[in-house]
Structures are given as structure tokens and as C-alpha cells.
Design a protein around this ligand. Structure first.
Ligand SMILES: [Fe+2]
Ligand SMILES: [Fe+2]
Length: 303
């Protein structure tokens, strides 16, 4: 049995400092306004720490599907790295970037994400990876019955656009990775930030969704089973996507720090258990209580 805990959208904040003053006249002002209006009221750092601790205690591997920082500030990256290092002392960690981790084009090209989080992205099949500004992807980790496949869908965008793109070269590399014998004999666990399936109106999808979701689904379309894990929506969801030979479980986790009454939004982690024969045995949420000291199990999609 291999157990994966899934947290997402940590949106790690750090005290406003010099970087904030530098950022006043650029895109970060949008993010900061957003933060003041919506985020600060519901993001609780104590819940974030509790969710990470609970995930590390419950699983063999912790995956984080992006938006690890909030404004891509260097101080946020350092704080997030400290939090993830604490998790990595107990279990292995894998991360993918979200739109908030590449908030500005310059940060993307400074390679801030791989600089701070490269330690969580050491591939077993590095020959299959492409060198992207967000790091070397796809990153492959072969662990027991699972083949963890980390993708980057994060690309810098103009203000008010948060859409993601995997891109044709990375999709081609993914297709090749899925045919690798060491991957093909395992259950694939694909990680990305943006939703691979999206029912929102087309206009919303173009601004906030995965631009090449259809191409990604086509690349995954021959798999008999597997998990596709994502974040970005700040909401737990689970749906089954039929393929030519079976079906995929497409599952999102919520914001790791969110204080909310709805258990599909509230802080915690998702848990997946994969049997030694590759069968996906469990898909469920572990949601933190008010104190952050206890979790309760909740079926995803049911409140
Ligand atoms: Fe987010
Ligand atoms: Fe996002």
C-alpha cells in the first residue's frame, strides 16, 4: 500500500518588506489588493502548519499542487521552503508550480521556483524532462505501485489572467513518459496546478483555466486507470473521466490554509491509497477541525 497526501494552494504569506515597496507599481498591486480584500480574512497560518503536519504523519509521500507562494516574493519562497523542509524531514515531497509562483515574467525567468524547490523535483527519469523556466518537467518519481508525474502548467500572464498551459513539447514528453515500461507497469499519478477538466464558461476557462486541457486529456486518453491531481480552484472536487480502456480519477485539493465552514473548502489534505497491485483503494479528504488539532474524514464531493 502506498499512501499519498495531497495539499495545495498554500499561498504562503510573509511580512511585507522591501520587496513589497518595490512591487507597488507592478502587477503585484493586483495580488496585494486581492489579498487584503479576500485572502487575509480566511487564510490561517496555524491551519496551514497543521495541515502539513497531518499530511506528513498520514502518508508516505506528500504532493503540493502549486500556488505555494502568494506573490512570488523571495521572502515567501524562503518561508515556504522552511515549511516544506519540515514535511520532507518525515516523508518525501513533490511540488508543481502554480500561477502565483510565477507571478511576474522576471521571476519566472529568474527561475525562482526551481531555485527554491528543485530539491523536491529530483526525477528518476531525467532524460524525459524538458528544461522550462519553472524547472525540469515532467518530473518522474517511481515509488512502489505509483508513477508520480509532476507537470508544470504555470506561465506568467498579464494582470487578471491566471490561465495555465502545459504546452505541446511537455505534452509530447508526457506521452513518451507514459510509454516508458517502468511507468506503464505502475499507476500514474499526474500532478499539475490547473484543472484538467473544467465546466466553467469558456470565457472563464480562457482567463483562469487550463488552455490546453483538451490536449492533456487526449494525451492521457489511453490509460486504464490513474489519478490526476490539481489545485487552483480552492475547492475539493472528484470526478471520473472515461478513457478508451478504463477511467481516470480527477481530484482537486483545497487551499491548505483556508478557514471555511464548507469541508470541501476547509484546510486539510486529500488522501489516496494505492494497493500493491496498483488499484486505487481510497480517495478521501481529511479536513481539519476549528482548533486545527484533529482531522475528520469526508467523502470528496459530499459535504
Ligand atoms: Fe490558488
Ligand atoms: Fe492558482
Amino acid at each position: 500500500m502506498f499512501r499519498i497526501a495531497h495539499v495545495s494552494d498554500l499561498h504562503v504569506l510573509s511580512p511585507l518588506g522591501f520587496e513589497w515597496r518595490k512591487a507597488i507599481f507592478n502587477k503585484r498591486i493586483t495580488g496585494y489588493a486581492n489579498l487584503l480584500l479576500k485572502r487575509k480574512r480566511v487564510f490561517r497560518r496555524d491551519l496551514l502548519v497543521a495541515a502539513l503536519e497531518a499530511a506528513a504523519a498520514a502518508a508516505d509521500h506528500v504532493v503540493v499542487t502549486g500556488d505555494i507562494t502568494n506573490l512570488s516574493l523571495e521572502s515567501e519562497y524562503e518561508e515556504a521552503r522552511t515549511l516544506l523542509d519540515e514535511v520532507a524531514r518525515r516523508v518525501e515531497v513533490t511540488v508543481v508550480p502554480g500561477n502565483h509562483d510565477v507571478y511576474l515574467r522576471t521571476i519566472h525567468h529568474e527561475r525562482r521556483f526551481p531555485h527554491h524547490f528543485g530539491t523536491f523535483l529530483k526525477s528518476d527519469l531525467p532524460e524525459l524532462a524538458l528544461e522550462l523556466a519553472s524547472g525540469a518537467f515532467p518530473c518522474m518519481k517511481l515509488r512502489g505501485p505509483a508513477a508520480i508525474i509532476a507537470l508544470s502548467s504555470a506561465v506568467p500572464r498579464p494582470p487578471f489572467v491566471a490561465a495555465g498551459l502545459v504546452g505541446d513539447p511537455q505534452l509530447a514528453a508526457l506521452g513518451k513518459a507514459l510509454r516508458h515500461p517502468e511507468v506503464a507497469r505502475r499507476t500514474p499519478v499526474v500532478l499539475l496546478h490547473h484543472p484538467p477538466v473544467d465546466d466553467r464558461p469558456t470565457r472563464k476557462q480562457k482567463r483562469d483555466g487550463l488552455v490546453d486541457g483538451a490536449e492533456l486529456r487526449e494525451t492521457l486518453g489511453a490509460l486504464a486507470r490513474g489519478l490526476v491531481l490539481f489545485g487552483h480552484l480552492h475547492m475539493r472536487t472528484h470526478r471520473t473521466l472515461p478513457t478508451s480502456t478504463g477511467a481516470l480519477d480527477i481530484v482537486s485539493s483545497s487551499g491548505g490554509a483556508l478557514d471555511h465552514d464548507d469541508p470541501m473548502i476547509r484546510s486539510g489534505f486529500n488522501m489516496y491509497e494505492i494497493d500493491d497491485d496498483g488499484r486505487i483503494a481510497t480517495i478521501e479528504a481529511h479536513v481539519l477541525d476549528e482548533t486545527g488539532k484533529r482531522t475528520r474524514r469526508v467523502e470528496i464531493g459530499k459535504s
